[in-house]
Design a protein around this ligand. Structure first.
Ligand SMILES: [Zn+2]
Length: 71
């Protein structure tokens, strides 16, 4: 499933591929490289906020851990 996410910084639309209809975690704009924390529900963007690189890296680690536990 591909979800379109509009970057609040530069208004560029990026697509985000999802395995589940619900996602909570990091997102990086492919154009301006801005970092965000996003929340998706039923393939729709529910929440987006900009975060620091530190926070982004932390969330990436959490995502990696989660996908490891799924297997
Ligand atoms: Zn952007």
């Amino acid at each position: 499933m591909l979800v379109k996410i509009k970057c609040p910084e530069c208004e560029t639309e990026g697509s985000f591929s999802l395995a589940d209809p619900v996602y909570e975690g990091p997102y990086r704009c492919w154009k301006c490289r801005a970092l965000f924390s996003i929340k998706l529900e039923d393939n729709k963007l529910e929440f987006i906020e900009s975060i620091s690189e530190e926070e982004f890296n932390r969330q990436m680690e959490i995502q990696a851990l989660r996908s490891r536990f799924k297997k």
